[in-house]
Design a protein around this ligand. Structure first.
Ligand code: NAD
Length: 325
């Protein structure tokens, strides 16, 4: 049974939610994060924190060996699509080379399981619903670096007899019901932008492009609540540990929600000055992408708890209202 888990990027948005769930399950959590985009406030108080870059093979190896860590959940990465297009070398270094260093640090240690956070951005654009076997053809540098990292993980895990779980997340939204953690970084995140807008005097919910070939003309995504994604990590980790199986799994609700639907929902919870504004398409936006999650549901016994748009919007607004960032 997994007991001691190292989370890279545990001071970030998703990593802090995974830490919260695993701490509740009485696992011993070790966080490695260089705080490049993470926040000390998000680090779980019960976790042991190391401010270390994942490229530091020697240090990571000694953390693993000294603490007899059995599993790694690897989230540390650079993940802003536009930034990746501007600074491809930075993305290649952090997402590919640093992942290689991390997996090298795990070889011939106590590590038995390795979970990697990948993304829907590895798939070819324009596909409606994607299975794990759909064509892989990332449009962005970010997606390319994540796909290369997947291949490095598979090769090295096989060589070193480590079970792997590659989780391709779709669009993560919301915040923990505990109210203690949520999304701080601004970046290019629809729910975050709308939540910040919602507390302005005259909120404007911008929709970029309303003439796409989709159900209502706006882009379509498969949004999944961060607490559900955190639970998936716990369940997949248990399963790969128990069965010694390795898997690549799409993680979403398998439901397409349009940007217009999201904007309308936010409008319901905002003051009377709020408006939806339709603007030009943005370069680089995927038209629509929805996860087929049959394999995930077959592999783990998982029932989403936060899969209503209403819940996801309220959860994002609650965090924005109560957080002072
Ligand atoms: N947020 C999403 O919607 C989404 C969707 C798909 C995949 N993902 C993946 O999930 C993971 C976590 O994303 P997030 O939204 O929590 O981002 P985040 O920026 O909040 O978290 C990333 C964390 O990694 C740390 N980090 C980055 N490079 C590091 C390095 N070299 N050494 C040590 N620490 C480092 C950062 O300080 C930060 O705390 C990423 O791998 C991302 O690609 C996220």
């Amino acid at each position: 049974m997994t007991k001691k888990i190292l989370i890279t990027g545990g001071a970030g948005y998703i990593g802090s939610h995974i830490s919260e769930i695993l701490v509740k399950e009485k696992k011993k959590i070790f966080i490695v994060d260089n705080l490049s985009t993470g926040h000390e406030k998000l680090i779980n108080k019960k976790a042991k924190f190391y401010r270390v870059n994942i490229n530091n093979i020697k240090k990571i190896r000694s953390i693993i060996i000294q603490n007899k860590i059995d599993s790694v959940i690897h989230l540390a990465a650079s993940l802003i699509i536009g930034e990746g297009e501007k600074y491809p070398k930075k993305y290649f270094k952090n997402n590919v080379l640093n992942t290689k260093n991390l997996i090298t640090a795990c070889a011939n240690t106590t590590i038995k399981n390795f979970i990697f956070s990948s993304t829907a951005a590895v798939y070819k654009d324009g596909k409606f619903k994607v299975t794990e076997k759909s064509k892989l053809s990332p449009k962005s540098i970010y997606g390319k670096t994540k796909l290369t990292a997947e291949k490095i993980i598979i090769k090295n895990c096989k060589k070193n007899k480590i079970n792997y779980g590659i989780l391709r997340y779709f669009n993560i939204v919301g915040s923990s019901p505990s109210g203690k953690i949520g999304l701080i970084n601004k970046g290019d995140h629809l729910f975050k932008n709308y939540s910040m807008e919602a507390f302005k005097k005259k909120p404007l919910f911008k929709i970029y492009g309303t003439n796409y070939p989709t159900k209502d003309g706006s882009c379509v995504r498969d949004f999944i609540h961060v607490s559900d994604i955190a639970e998936i990590h716990s369940l997949v980790l248990k399963k790969i540990d128990k069965t010694n199986k390795s898997k690549i799994l799409n993680c979403g609700y398998s439901e397409g929600i349009s940007v217009k639907q999201v904007a309308k929902k936010f409008l319901n919870y905002t003051n009377k000055n709020a408006k939806i504004v339709e603007v030009q398409r943005r370069k680089g936006d995927l038209i629509q992408i929805i996860a087929v999650t049959k394999n995930l549901k077959k592999f783990i016994r998982w029932k989403p708890k936060f899969d209503k748009l209403d819940i996801m919007v309220k959860s994002s607004l609650k965090w924005e209202k109560n957080s002072k960032f």
